[in-house]
Design a protein around this ligand. Structure first.
Ligand code: BTN
Length: 290
């Protein structure tokens, strides 16, 4: 008989994490699951009160899963993660910012700074941010000169009476996934945290990113997007690059020109006209390089 698989949970110090976050998030629950459909779906349904007979739930919750059977990416895409080789979690908390613009960018900034702290002035960062909220590992060897996708963020909000819960879902590649027959490699390849920091496992990465993530969300609630804009600009992967944006009805071409005070992407098009692209409206593709 094959030996029973070793339980993975002991690696996750859920109680230590709860204690670290509780001063900022009183009443927080931290939960671990071997498998769920999607950590975002679970927390969205929990907030809406669709779990069992419970009523809508405004208590903050961090749910980490080893594997998802129906992981969701942005724009209706699937998100695949591999047990032991991915960090897959969602955090839900009530939030009441004056304006919501820039929220998903704030998450990217918080993650990038936690995993790749700002280096000496002028030094190039190792983690870049691709609007609206992709993390990319930057390296000189990348064939396209811009790097490889390291992780992604899916932000959803749920109205609970007069209040709003935000569910922030994060997927990070810790180690390269085993090749799956028939599964196409991503267009620009995958980057992993192991390349940036060998030996950093998913539980340690979660313990590293969760406190600054909560801090950034709460700062965003108080102060909005503006204080995060300089850090974004320092890691903006699209600034000055030729881009094609694929919207629902048309494609737009231009050069990335940063983001505005609402976190919308700015694109310098023909005749120097600036197009403003609102988060979630389009996907961004880097133009093929020569
Ligand atoms: C993207 O790049 O398209 C966003 C990917 C977000 C994936 C994470 S994994 C944890 C959480 N649960 C999900 O179903 N999706 C997010």
């Amino acid at each position: 008989m094959a030996p029973a698989p070793k339980p993975l949970q002991p690696a996750w110090d859920t109680e230590g994490l709860r204690q670290a976050l509780a001063p900022r998030l009183p009443g927080l629950r931290v939960e671990w699951r071997a498998t769920v459909d999607s950590t975002n779906t679970r927390l969205v349904e929990q907030a809406r009160g669709q779990v069992g007979r419970r009523s809508a739930d405004l208590a903050p919750c961090l749910l980490v899963a080893e594997a998802q059977t129906a992981g969701r990416g942005r724009m209706g895409r699937r998100w695949a993660s591999t047990p032991g080789r991915s960090l897959t979690f969602s955090l839900s908390l009530p939030l009441a910012p004056v304006a919501w613009g820039g929220l998903s960018l704030v998450v990217g900034v918080a993650l990038a700074e936690a995993l790749d702290p700002p280096a000496a002035p002028g030094a190039a960062p190792r983690i870049g941010l691709k609007w609206p909220n992709d993390l990319w590992l930057l390296d000189a060897e990348a064939a396209n000169g811009v790097g490889r996708k390291l992780g992604g963020v899916l932000v959803e909000t749920v109205a609970v009476g007069p209040q709003r819960m935000v569910v922030v879902g994060i997927g990070l590649n810790i180690a390269a996934p085993a090749a799956e027959p028939g599964m196409a490699a991503p267009e620009h390849g995958l980057g992993t945290l192991g390349e940036l920091e060998p030996g950093l496992g998913a539980p340690a990465a979660l313990a590293r990113v969760a406190p600054p993530l909560v801090g950034a969300l709460q700062r965003f609630e108080r102060e909005g997007w503006a204080p995060f804009a300089p850090a974004w600009a320092g890691r903006d992967l699209l600034a000055g690059r030729p881009l094609t944006l694929h919207g629902s009805s048309r494609a737009v071409q231009g050069d990335g020109a940063g983001v505005d005070t609402d976190g919308a992407l700015l694109l310098r098009c023909a005749g120097d006209a600036i197009e403003r692209i609102v988060s979630g409206e389009v996907s961004v593709r880097l133009a093929a390089t020569a």
